[in-house]
Design a protein around this ligand. Structure first.
Ligand code: UT7
Length: 329
C-alpha cells in the first residue's frame, strides 16, 4: 500500500477592504514611503475596521469560500487548527468560535501559538492527524488582526504589520503528493526581543500596563532581523539538503513575509531566483500567521500538480521552520 500523506486540497484567503498606505502612515508617524519601501518592501497593508470584528471574522470569509471551492460542507470538517497570535479572546479558542460561526458542528479544534511560524507549525501538526488516518478533513487557518496589538505611535512596528487570514484544507493523498517533510525549531531565549509584555499571567492587564503601552507588539527590530535572516535561510537550505533537493527541483519558495530583505536572503541561500519566490509583502505587509496561506491563495492558479514547494518562516519566540510539500492539484 502506498504511503498516506496530508495534502492541501483547497486554499482560500481574505483581506479586509481598508488599505493603509505608506502615504497615510506619513501623516500618522514620522516616516516616509521611501524609508518603508527600501527597508521592508512594503507599500500598503490591510486593516480590519468595524466594531466587534476579530480574527475569526476574517477566517469565516476565508473558510466559507474554501468550502465552496472544494464542494464540501462545514459539517464535513473534523478538526480545526487556528494558528493566530491575535485570537478573538484570551479564551475560548478562536477555533471554537470559528466552528460555531461556520456551523462546523462535527469538528473539534484548538488555537496554535507560534507567532509568525504558526502556520507552518499548524500544517506540520495537522498532517499527523491525516497520516495516521484519525481524521479526513482538517482545516488549518493562519490569520491575524495585527492592528489590534499595534501601537500606531511606534514607527518601528506600525509600518510593518497588517491584517489578513488564509485557510487550507488537508486531505489524504496516496499519489506521492502532499507534505513530505517538516523541520521546526523554537528557542525561548529570544522571547525578550519580540513579544507583548502585558496581558498574560505574568503581567496581567492593569492601568499601569495600559499607561506603559505594554499591550502592543514590542520588537527590537535589528536583533530580530539578525536571527530571522540567518535562521529562515538556514532552515530552508537544511530541508532541501536532507531531501536531496537542488535549486532546480524547487518550483516555488513560499516565505513568511516579514521583510523583503529577509525573503531575498533566503532565496539567495537556496540558490533560486526571484521568479520562483511568492512575494506579496508590498500589498499586505506582515500579517503574521496569514502570510503563507495568503501567498498560496494568490498563486493558486499558477500552481500545478506535483510542483515542489518549500515553505519557510521565522517569528517571535523565537520560532522558525520549513515544510517541503508537493502540490496535489
Ligand atoms: O515577522 C516576525 C519577525 N520579524 C521580523 O523578521 C522583522 C525583522 N526586522 C526588520 O524587518 C527591521 O529590523 C525593521 C524593518 C523593523 C527596521 O529596519 P532596520 O533597517 O533594522 O532599521 P533600524 O531599526 O536599524 O533603524 C535605522 C534607523 C534608525 O534611526 P537612526 O538611529 O539611525 O537615526 C531608526 O530610528 O531608521 C529609523 N527608523 C525609521 N525611520 C523612518 C525606524 N523606523 C523608521 C520608520 N521611518 N518607520
Amino acid at each position: 500500500m502506498s504511503k498516506v500523506q496530508a495534502a492541501i486540497t483547497a486554499v482560500n484567503g481574505y483581506v479586509p477592504e481598508y488599505v493603509l498606505t505608506n502615504k497615510e502612515l506619513e501623516s500618522i508617524v514620522e516616516t516616509t514611503d521611501e524609508w518603508i519601501t527600501s527597508r521592508t518592501g512594503i507599500k500598503e497593508r490591510r486593516i480590519l475596521k468595524g466594531e466587534g470584528l476579530g480574527t475569526s471574522d476574517m477566517a469565516v470569509h476565508a473558510v466559507n469560500g474554501l468550502l465552496k471551492k472544494r464542494g464540501i460542507s462545514a459539517e464535513d470538517i473534523e478538526l480545526i487548527i487556528f494558528c493566530t497570535t491575535t485570537p478573538d479572546m484570551q479564551f475560548p479558542a478562536s477555533a471554537n468560535i470559528l466552528a460555531d460561526k461556520i456551523g462546523a458542528v462535527n469538528a473539534w479544534g484548538y488555537d496554535l501559538q507560534a507567532a509568525c511560524s504558526g502556520f507552518i507549525f499548524g500544517l506540520a501538526t495537522a498532517s499527523q492527524f491525516i497520516e495516521t488516518g484519525k481524521h479526513k478533513n482538517v482545516l488549518v487557518i493562519g490569520g491575524d488582526k495585527m492592528s489590534s496589538i499595534i501601537n500606531y505611535e511606534d514607527r518601528t512596528t506600525c509600518i510593518i504589520f497588517g491584517d489578513g487570514c488564509g485557510a487550507v484544507l488537508l486531505e489524504a493523498n496516496e499519489e506521492g503528493n502532499g507534505i513530505i517533510d517538516s523541520l521546526l525549531h523554537t528557542d525561548g531565549s529570544g522571547r525578550n526581543h519580540l513579544n507583548m509584555k502585558a496581558g498574560g499571567s505574568v503581567n496581567p492587564a492593569s492601568h499601569e500596563t495600559i499607561d506603559n503601552h505594554e499591550h502592543f507588539v514590542h520588537q527590537e527590530g535589528q536583533a530580530v532581523f539578525k536571527f530571522a535572516v540567518t535562521n529562515m535561510a538556514n532552515v530552508a537550505a537544511e530541508i532541501m539538503e536532507r531531501n536531496q533537493l537542488s535549486s532546480d527541483d524547487i518550483t516555488w519558495l513560499v516565505p513568511h513575509q516579514a521583510n523583503k530583505r529577509i525573503i531575498d536572503a533566503t532565496a539567495n541561500r537556496m540558490g533560486i531566483g526571484t521568479e520562483k519566490v511568492m512575494i506579496n509583502i508590498e500589498k499586505y505587509g506582515n500579517t503574521t500567521n496569514g502570510t503563507i496561506p495568503l501567498c498560496l491563495w494568490e498563486w493558486e492558479s499558477q500552481l500545478k500538480k506535483g510542483d515542489t514547494l518549500i515553505l519557510a518562516a521565522f517569528g517571535g519566540g523565537f520560532t522558525w521552520g520549513s515544510i517541503y510539500l508537493k502540490w496535489a492539484y
